[in-house]
Design a protein around this ligand. Structure first.
Ligand SMILES: Nc1ncnc2c1ncn2[C@@H]1O[C@H](COP(=O)(O)OP(=O)(O)OP(=O)(O)O)[C@@H](O)[C@H]1O
Length: 557
């Protein structure tokens, strides 16, 4: 069914970790993959599944496998640790997976009930994933893989860390699935005392396959009374001995080739729901998780509502002056205007500084919110995304669901910041232009941070880089500290805060506030249209990073 020949994997620095592996797994059977820790078991299955780069040949049902997409819907992969969303219930976790990969509501409902029954979690269907026991989590992991009804399931350490009783229950479940549903299992396991459950055992040692066969022939081949002595025996005679012995056995025995040759092609291409339907499911799941994750929800609300209050606190003492300067020039006669200008001459400079500072403060806080919105969004669930992509998820649908979700939050934050601060401080200028400027600032930084999240494997790295970027916004904007002339146009295109600040400030062009600003600053300031254009370009760069990062396969190894 599933076989490989001359399969080799090297680390990025060129060290071989799997060498010319040749193996053929038995169809409709329980296949165990065993070997000492770090010998290359996970590497072997990941290379066969096409989720890490490898050289050599892999076939499934006699057909060559050139990428993981060739296996979509036909082979399921349950990674070492369950990667269901902890805040979902058991029924929701399986239900959303069904909605992503199976067409037709009736069929989804039928499969949900049948899977819950099969994995024995019907009575726990309303329990949150985070409250399941280790054994129940493994069952759920299997259930998630059964959604597509694949003919073959690859399970990485499906029983590790379980007590002997739970381990027996899981292995019995696999055996039932094999018998009743003709499933094939490839299981990496550590407990050599449980090998009697398996029809075919593959031994990996030092990056090479050194045996395949049943338990009886394994004991004969290694000349041991039971499987528990296997690893001592491997060490005792050394890897070279067992490698040579297996090569000589293979020359005489044509079982592997026969097994491969006789295997019919299993499975046709699976028809998945459309990308639009997958997008709708992902977006709905994200909203449910957002509302259920109280910690994240509280943090988002706290910064959305708290940061504008912070701006107002810093504005408080200067509010009367700001409000008097907020008047439109056209509302006054020339004489009145002159009189007021003289009266406020001293105050004007400091008030204009206060206003430009407050605009910059809003912008910086919005870039901070943007970093918080985007930086963890993809990297924190990368393994889940990779697994769902392996099952047939359209990566563009995934990327779009993330973009829409974070932009929705960013625009709410930008609009609320504008509304709250403008209402209390009575900043002059058009509502629409100012709301747009601040929404674009938050949106651009959110998209760039989401781009980091898509490019980096670690959520911590993506967060750190986003925070550094926010940290540089103030000094490199050139608004508060003057930059050397030569650096101004090197930095400026990349500094979101400058364009947000300029776009907002120049919406006040027709007010005395802007005149006051001009009295002490004659530098060029971008118009609202140019500022929005540059912020859109920055958002576009973020989008390109997101699409590229999501397209690249990045399994945690
Ligand atoms: N990306 C990588 N870069 C460098 N070394 C790696 C990488 N991935 C795996 N290795 C190394 O390759 C070897 C095989 O790793 P693998 O995870 O396949 O072993 P394993 O047999 O599944 O181990 P365990 O039973 O402990 O899970 C290990 O020594 C591991 O450190």
């Amino acid at each position: 069914m599933f076989a490989c020949n001359n399969l080799s994997v090297k680390t990025p620095d060129g060290t071989p970790i799997l060498r010319e592996a040749k193996a053929a797994f038995q169809p409709q059977a329980l296949n165990a993959i065993i070997g000492p820790s770090g010998c290359g078991k996970t590497t072997l299955v990941k290379a066969m599944l096409g989720i890490i780069p490898a050289t050599g040949d892999v076939t499934y049902g006699g057909q060559p496998v050139t990428s993981s997409e060739d296996l979509s819907g036909r082979v399921g992969f349950a990674p070492q640790f369950s990667i269901a969303q902890p805040k979902l219930t058991v029924a929701e976790a399986i239900g959303y997976t069904l909605a992503l990969f199976v067409t037709g509501k009736d069929e989804q409902t039928r499969r949900l009930e049948s899977i819950l029954e099969t994995i024995g979690l019907s009575e726990h269907r309303e329990k949150r994933v985070e409250s399941l026991s280790g054994g129940q989590l493994r069952r759920l992991g299997l259930g998630l893989e059964l959604t597509l009804d694949p003919t073959c399931l690859v399970c990485d350490e499906v029983t590790s860390g379980l007590d002997p009783n739970s381990e027996d229950q899981i292995l019995t479940l696999l055996d039932t699935l094999r018998q009743d549903h003709a499933k094939t299992f490839l299981c990496i396991i550590h407990n050599l005392a449980k090998l009697h459950y398996f029809e075919c055992i593959t031994v990996v040692n030092a990056g090479e396959v050194v045996f395949q066969g049943n338990l009886e022939s394994l004991c004969q081949h290694f000349n041991i009374p039971d499987a528990l002595h296997l690893y001592d025996r491997l060490t005792e005679l050394g890897h070279a001995h067992w490698k040579a012995k297996w090569e000589s056995v293979q020359k005489e025995d044509k079982v592997t080739e026969d097994r491969q040759a006789n295997e019919p092609d299993s499975g046709e291409a699976v028809a998945f729901p459309s990308a639009l339907s997958q997008f709708a499911t992902l977006f709905q799941r994200r909203m449910v998780l957002f509302l259920r994750d109280r910690g994240y929800l509280a943090l988002t609300l706290a910064i959305t509502l708290g940061f504008p209050c912070l701006v107002v606190i810093f504005a408080w003492d200067g509010l009367p002056q700001i409000q008097s300067l907020a008047l439109d020039r056209s509302n006054m006669g020339i004489f009145e205007e002159l009189q007021q200008e003289l009266a406020f001459q001293v105050e004007q400079i400091s008030t204009a500084q206060l206003v430009t500072g407050l605009i910059m403060f809003q912008v910086i806080l919005l870039t901070l919110m943007g970093a918080n919105n985007g930086a963890r969004e993809i990297a924190a669930e990368r393994t889940l995304f990779e697994k769902e992509r392996f099952s047939g998820l359209n990566y563009s649908a995934y990327a779009l669901s993330k973009v829409i979700f974070v932009l929705m939050i960013a625009f709410i934050q930008g609009a609320w910041m504008t509304f709250f601060v403008k209402t209390i401080c009575e900043f002059p200028g058009p509502w629409l232009g100012q709301i747009t400027a601040l929404c674009f600032v938050c949106g651009a930084m959110t998209l760039v941070s989401l781009g980091f999240s898509a490019l980096f494997q670690s959520a911590e790295k993506a967060s750190l880089l986003s925070i550094y970027l926010v940290g540089f916004q103030l000094p490199l904007s050139g608004v508060v500290l003057a930059l050397p002339d030569a650096l101004v146009w090197v930095c400026r295109p990349f500094i979101t805060s400058y364009w947000g600040w300029a776009g907002y400030l120049t919406t006040m062009r027709d007010t005395r506030l802007f005149d006051a600003f001009r009295q002490q600053n004659t530098d060029w300031v971008a118009s609202p249209a140019l500022a929005l254009f540059v912020l859109s370009l920055q958002g576009l760069v973020g989008l390109m990073m997101i699409w590229w990062g999501c397209n690249r396969k990045q399994w945690h190894t």
